[in-house]
Design a protein around this ligand. Structure first.
Ligand SMILES: O=C(O)CCC(=O)C(=O)O
Length: 388
């Protein structure tokens, strides 16, 4: 073979140009595909610079995988949703405000979504990632506005270093318009997704009603979709995306991440975590701390960039990331909510005064998509770009 046809591979050995195409095609096919090929070393494409690598100490506890140790365990505040509907509402609102101000994350219990709705969504997501690559790849597109989008890493077109995750994104607004585009396989995905989407949307609206009240910008905690007073009646028709994440077991989890540090763009994210396999970490008081797996009967809720803007910085979106592990595949399902595509998010006028000047420019979901199509979404760089 001529030297011109030879190049150094990512692993350092010599390969020919045909193989290079094969390797880069493998990255594009996602990490599930790499895992199925039985790789035992992490390809360089996934290796983070030293300073960005996680500091892992993986512990097997029975069938479960944990990273939590005495030094990095975090107990998230627990918010009992049932208290919003009774005599304890004002106390529950105060706890909600505290959780959003000091953590940006909380665990929500007694939310009223039936467990079979949650179990079916989790199962349909897992089953999707079990489909052959040829079936999943029908939904691979770089069109961020597509009704369904399957892919790997964060932006597989632009990421220099890939993350160790595959995803399926289902746009949920409006359901009748998007449903015909959703995958028809696995057979239960559409039905499970529709019930899950309706229930999580209602829960989100109820939570936003409580959040608006906790900020003191609505006289009552009426659900936002019914509220004329808050000026936020657009919430009911806002964007809603369900993201199913799959993080297969990784040969060298110390060298990579399932998801790089980021904040979520919307108002709130409702996250269903894997019950057995830990992986979510949040940046709290200057260090990375693990969030222990939560029972499927509860959600992890986090404040997004749009809520930080709306609250004029009182509630903070918080950096979070996902660590990989060497023995078990981890799944999660995130439900991300914001206003409709072109609607403007701005600080509530009632939260601006001489002591609290307006801290952010107007922005929209469309602005976020444009930003990430031009720049890498790193940390909170989108929100930083919206500061006054
Ligand atoms: O998998 C997780 O626990 C977190 C997922 C996440 O951060 C996201 O989908 O934005």
């Amino acid at each position: 073979m001529s030297p011109a046809a030879m190049m150094g591979s990512e692993e350092g050995e010599e390969i020919n140009c045909g193989e290079i195409d094969d390797i880069s095609m493998s990255y594009q096919k996602g990490v599930k595909h790499l895992q199925e090929r039985g790789i035992t070393k992490l390809p360089n494409k996934y290796i983070l610079p030293f300073s960005e690598r996680p500091n892992l100490r993986e512990i097997a506890v029975g069938p479960a995988i944990r990273f939590t140790t005495e030094s990095n365990a975090l107990k998230l505040p627990v918010i009992d949703f049932s208290h919003f509907c009774g005599p304890n509402r004002s106390q529950a609102l105060a706890s909600l405000a505290k959780a959003c101000e000091h953590y940006g994350f909380f665990q929500l219990i007694n939310h009223g979504i039936p467990s079979d709705v949650i179990d079916r969504m989790m199962k349909a997501s897992r089953d999707f990632f079990e489909l052959p690559f040829e079936e999943r790849s029908k939904y691979m597109t770089s069109d961020m506005r597509a009704a369904v989008r399957c892919g790997t890493s964060f932006s597989q077109k632009r990421d220099n270093v890939f993350c160790w995750r595959d995803f399926l994104k289902l746009s949920c607004h409006s359901l009748p318009g998007v449903l015909p585009f959703w995958p028809s396989s696995p057979p239960d995905l559409r039905e499970a997704g529709v019930s899950y989407s309706k229930k999580t949307k209602n829960l989100y609206l109820e939570l936003m009603g409580a959040i608006v009240e906790s900020l003191g910008v609505a006289e009552e905690g009426a659900a936002i979709h019914q509220s004329e007073k808050s000026g936020l009646e657009e919430f009911g028709g806002g964007s809603h995306i369900i993201v199913a994440n799959c993080y297969p077991a990784c040969p060298e989890p110390d060298l990579t991440l399932g998801m790089l540090p980021h904040s979520d763009y919307g108002f709130l994210t409702l996250l269903l975590q894997d019950e057995q396999v830990e992986g979510l970490q949040i940046h709290h008081q200057g260090r990375w701390v693990s969030v222990a797996p939560t029972p499927a009967s509860s959600f992890i809720i986090n404040v997004g960039d749009h809520l930080e803007i709306f609250s004029n910085g009182r509630y903070k979106s918080v950096l979070h990331r996902v660590v990989a592990n060497s023995s078990s595949t981890r799944f999660s399902v995130a439900s991300l909510h914001s206003l409709s595509f072109e609607s403007m998010v701005r600080p509530s006028p009632k939260l601006i005064d001489d002591q609290n000047p307006r801290r952010y420019k107007d922005t929209s979901y469309a602005d976020f998509l444009e930003f990430i199509s031009l720049k890498e979404h790193k940390g909170k760089n989108f929100l930083e770009s919206r500061k006054n």
